[in-house]
Design a protein around this ligand. Sequence first.
Ligand code: SF4
Length: 350
Amino acid sequence: MITSQKIKEIAKNLGADLCGIASMDRFEGAPAQMDPRYIFPGAKSLIMLGYRIPRGSLRGIEEGTYFINYSSMGYAGINLVYGPVVLWHLNRILEDEGFETVPVANVNGAEALNPLTGNFRKGWSMSVDGEKPHPDILIHYRIAAFCAGLGEIGYSRLFLTPEFGPRNRFNLMLTAAPLEPDPIYEGPKLCDRCMLCVKNCTTGALSKTETQKVRVAGHDLEWAKINPYACETGIKGGENGEKNPFIGDFPHQYGYGRAVEGAAGCMRTCMVHLEERGVLKVKFSEPFRTEKPWTVDHKNEDKVAAIVQSQYIEKGKTENTEVYDTYNKTSNYGNKKNASVGTRLGRDEE
Ligand code: SF4
């Protein structure tokens, strides 16, 4: 009979950085639309798998010189490529032991709840029998990670682990295997309510005073109330594009909200703070932040770096920009120059 310890050893050999196990009774009291027991009523355990977001995947955004790496290597690649492979391999092992297991990748799209607002989507789907909740159930990953003993939820709402602070992504498995659950995390407190996440959020999406409280597995949890629409705007670089140096639309082929801002407050600043406090197990030879975070002013879009001026423009090595023009339709900070992007593409201005 496979044990929790064996599962963890295998999961880590397969590439997971973290593995915790929750018993299903820890989800008692969860809203039906978020209760994993409705996905697999026969599940006896939830296996939570965590993957570090490479600190280096945030480096290019911190420097202001390389943005695609966080969206790919720090976000979509983990959720859509690396994590699912670990799930498939671990699923094979549990099936060979005779336990049906549901591999739950960190993807969304069909939920009855809007993942951004948490509201029920009227007119979206129907219950298959009038009693069960509507498809798809939206598991609250951070609460599941808490139930599996992997760490705590910070004031920022991001999950904090003692290994990586806020640099985590998760997926999970619901299994018929009756595994020994991990204790709820009771280690050193990671979030010290410094409020740097609030202060450094590009759009002020996190409230300093208003909080949300929830009781999970006999524990009272509390985190900042969020303005989800402000968070969305922040992800794209802020209301005035102060965290987005692109003039046209940032390529969004990774489908993760054009995460050009690189989680300025909730992840990067929090990580810097936790590393400075020395509370994380994974330590680095050098501090992450060596200078004040940059901001750009889109009134200066014509400004070209001196090095580019001499190496390209003065040598005539230039061409007309071909960028998507959707940016101008979705951004609040497009100025008159931005409005000309459509013309540069030869498209009709709307
Ligand atoms: S920045 Fe400070 S308050 Fe915010 S989650 Fe991190 S430790 Fe907590």
